[in-house]
Design a protein around this ligand. Structure first.
Ligand code: FES
Length: 526
């Protein structure tokens, strides 16, 4: 099995029974904030795109690059579709001209002509990607590969049960706006960033240890930030709180925990993977490439500047009545929302900075009041500050997912009182009837599910499944003192009270091993 690195989370898998192109991403994403690192735009995409199969793990724009798919990927390719709850992905592919689809039944091995086998695991909670993320398992001639990508299943047993995996490709770096955009003192930001960076690596080690593959390939990040306004997010400034470590940092951190089987794929690197081992060739020596990272980024920044400027010029739509349009689109959804609205629980304020860089229009999405209105000087728990032009553009293009556009762009700042609230982001990725209904239904079901099984961790008896997204705490739970941390997303819980320290709601059921009467059962998820 041949695996060609094509940048970020992308790869091309070649076997004698067919080829699969995965997640090809070349054009900037999220308001021209993210670019693939290392640069992959100079690869021979005309030939890379001539494949038998195409697999895109999810709809985040650094995985689903519509322009690139339209221009460079053969429309004769069969699209391998994860079993997602909505038809959005298939609809998007059809709009690009793809007509051949294989809807892979979730977690079932499918044998393709020639003996190529695949299995796709779809994750479908409202917090998994843009309503859905997935991983692809491939087997040909006894060689097995798992492209876990940036999916975060609670465990990898469904893949491990299919036999020893030879190539495990997974995310290790950051892909979020936290904590950089928060209006916090720099020291706090650094401390939070460092915690996050450590947690990302811990989670990666956990997955690697779960699967024990012959070779581990760090993929799916980091992106690079080429706009001058975002340049500081690149991990080139010696900031230990930077959440975007690169593949060379992965190798050195992995070595510290005893990892010796890591293989970095640069764009154009080719790994021949067999049951016996892997041999890799690179377009340039890997160490040399990372030693020259700053020069690579600077050169790329100059080359891509016109693209960024052209994108920026397309965002202003002064004719858009932002308040009126937000009312028109968001209020009907607020009316229908039960779980998400209750989960957010208060007003969310948007401060929109005008073209002059100074004037500010403040709009409140009032979840309890179910309306969108001008800010009325009340106290709000969540506040976002961004350019009015970005919101104009989102309304102009009728964007239904503000996470997959505005928030991932990092072109905003945020402040909040109290804990992280996942419902805020879940709502703003569900600005369509279909998505909202799905998310509401999911939370409804989730709330009804009682999770009676308990386990013992240290001195504590706790519910087996994490109150966040049901990770198995026998694997992901760590108790230190009176605190439980679930390593899947790093959420922390105060065990004596059961209170979640990371996000609103999500109480855990727990009591001391020697306590006679267990604490009351965990609260509902919201
Ligand atoms: S499942 Fe997300 S922190 Fe536990």
């Amino acid at each position: 099995m041949r695996v060609t690195g094509t940048g970020h989370a992308s790869m091309r898998i070649d076997t004698a029974a067919g080829s699969i192109l995965c997640d090809p991403w070349v054009n900037p994403a999220y308001f021209a904030s993210w670019f693939p690192f290392p640069d992959n735009s100079l690869l021979d995409w005309e030939s890379l795109g001539q494949v038998d199969y195409l697999y895109v793990s999810h709809l985040h724009r650094d995985h689903f690059d519509a322009k690139h798919l339209r221009d460079f990927v053969s429309k004769d390719a069969t699209v391998l579709l994860p079993e997602f709850p909505t038809s959005e992905m298939e609809d998007e592919f059809r709009a690009l001209g793809f007509t051949k689809f294989l809807k892979a039944p979730n977690e079932q091995v499918v044998e393709l002509p020639g003996g190529l086998k695949i299995m796709i695991q779809a994750l479908t909670s409202p917090t998994d990607g843009p309503i859905g993320d997935s991983s692809l398992w491939v087997e040909y001639d006894g060689v097995r590969l798992l492209n876990q990508n940036d999916a975060r299943p609670t465990d990898l047993s469904v893949f491990a049960e299919l036999g020893h995996v030879h190539a495990h490709l997974l995310q290790f770096s950051g892909a979020i706006w936290y904590p950089m955009v928060y209006e916090l003192p720099q020291a706090a930001k650094t401390a939070f960033g460092k915690q996050k960076r450590d947690r990302q690596f811990d989670r990666t080690w956990r997955y690697i240890d779960d699967l024990k593959a012959s070779h581990v390939f760090p993929i799916a990040g980091p992106p690079c930030f080429l706009d001058d306004a975002l340049w500081q997010f690149n991990d080139i400034h010696g900031d230990e709180g930077n959440i975007f470590p690169d593949q060379s940092v992965f190798l050195s951190e992995y070595a510290k925990v005893g990892g010796t089987n890591g293989i970095v794929l640069l764009p154009g690197s080719v790994a021949e993977v067999t049951t016996e081992g892997a041999s890799t060739t690179h377009p340039v020596p890997v160490q040399e490439f990372f030693a020259n990272k700053v020069a690579h980024l600077e050169e790329m920044r100059e080359r891509k500047r016109p693209i960024i400027e052209a994108e920026k010029a397309s965002w202003r739509h002064p004719e858009v009545d932002v308040l009126g349009e937000m009312k028109r689109r968001i209020e009907p959804l607020l009316d229908e929302s039960i779980y998400l609205a209750k989960g957010v629980g208060g007003p969310v304020r948007f401060d929109l900075v005008g073209y002059d860089g100074e004037s500010v229009e403040s709009i409140v999405v009032d979840f309890p009041g179910k309306e969108v209105r001008p800010y009325a000087e009340e106290k709000v728990r969540y506040r976002f500050r961004t350019d009015r032009s970005l919101i104009e553009h989102l309304l102009f293009i009728d964007e239904v997912d503000w996470v997959n556009s505005l928030f991932l762009s990092c072109r905003f700042s945020a402040a909040r009182i109290g804990q992280y609230n996942e419902f805020v982001y879940a709502f703003f990725k569900c600005l369509s009837e279909e998505r909202l209904q799905y998310a509401e239904g999911w939370y409804d079901e989730h709330e009804r599910t009682t999770d009676a099984e308990d386990i013992t961790l240290g001195d504590w008896v706790v519910q087996r499944r994490c109150p966040h997204l049901k990770a198995d705490l026998t694997r992901f739970g760590i108790v230190e003192g009176d605190q439980l941390t679930c390593q899947l997303h790093g959420w922390r819980f105060d065990l004596p009270s059961g209170r979640c320290l990371t996000s609103v709601g999500h109480k855990v059921r727990a009591h001391r091993v020697d306590a006679e009467t267990p604490a009351p059962a965990g609260e509902a998820v919201i």
